[in-house]
Design a protein around this ligand. Structure first.
Ligand code: PGA
Length: 244
């Protein structure tokens, strides 16, 4: 794992967007997994700009959404579906057959997990996975205590996630379960980038980088990734012992 520190959210987001452009150019059939949330929003916007400017070929790539709130419909502005629809699918005009999101309204969520795992296996894995970090150290909805061996699964949300998650919604929501790719997917991805910005994330970034790897703090798994990058701005790096 390497830590890369940027001056601000803009330069951080620009660097992550450039990584994805580089991948798409070198491997047009790449499989890209993206998180939703406040952290990657700017990356998505810069990625859309760059793809349009450079006329990057998107005809063969595959996008995957990292997770979704169970029972929150896609038209709800706080859903991950809504984020991807407005930040990537519509602006880029990506055909839906190339963009794979969990259907968290499905009566058979296990089947959704199986479908996602099968897709990733058939595509021979994820080329790049871009994730954020929650205030409890979660990645996607891999909450504290989760097994590092999990592929896609349904999980009871941690109290922190239920509370912090309200920020995405206009009205208070009952957030009980999530459906998410597993940390095994992250470990097996050819490249993993964990992004964070702002001093609010400084404490969880310190734990990610400096604590022993443990499923009590899921983001610490980044240390075990052979091609893992913790890409953060100065504020998120402010508590690190070594500010490389
Ligand atoms: P955020 O979410 O990017 O909105 O801070 C991060 C997360 O909970 O994974």
């Amino acid at each position: 794992m390497q830590v890369r520190i940027f001056n601000d959210h803009q330069t951080l987001s620009d660097a992550v967007a450039s990584e994805i452009i580089f991948l798409l150019k070198s491997k047009p059939g790449a499989v890209i997994c993206f998180a939703s949330g406040e952290t990657p929003r700017l990356t998505c916007r810069l990625l859309v700009e760059k793809i349009k400017q450079e006329k990057t070929n998107l005809s063969r790539c595959t996008f995957i959404g990292l997770d979704e709130w169970v029972s929150i419909p896609p038209e709800n502005e706080g859903s991950c579906h809504f984020f991807f629809q407005h930040e990537l699918i519509e602006p880029l005009g990506i055909p839906l057959k190339q963009f794979h999101l969990f259907n968290a309204m499905s009566a058979n969520l296990q089947e959704e997990c199986k479908k996602m795992d099968k897709l990733i296996a058939e595509k021979e894995g994820i080329d790049i996975i871009v994730v954020g970090i929650g205030m409890n150290g979660h990645i996607g909805f891999n909450e504290p205590g989760v097994s590092f061996e999990n592929y896609s699964h349904i999980i009871d949300l941690d109290e922190t996630t239920r509370t912090v998650g309200q920020k995405y919604f206009k009205t208070p929501q009952v957030l009980q379960k999530g459906i998410t790719l597993g940390l095994k997917h992250l470990l097996e991805a050819k490249k993993a980038i964990l992004m964070a910005n702002g001093s609010r994330k400084a404490g969880v970034i310190k734990r990610t980088v400096e604590e022993n790897v443990s499923n009590n703090f899921p983001a610490s798994i980044m240390q075990a990734h052979v091609n893992g990058y913790v890409m953060i701005d100065k504020d998120a790096a402010s508590l690190l012992d070594q500010k490389k």
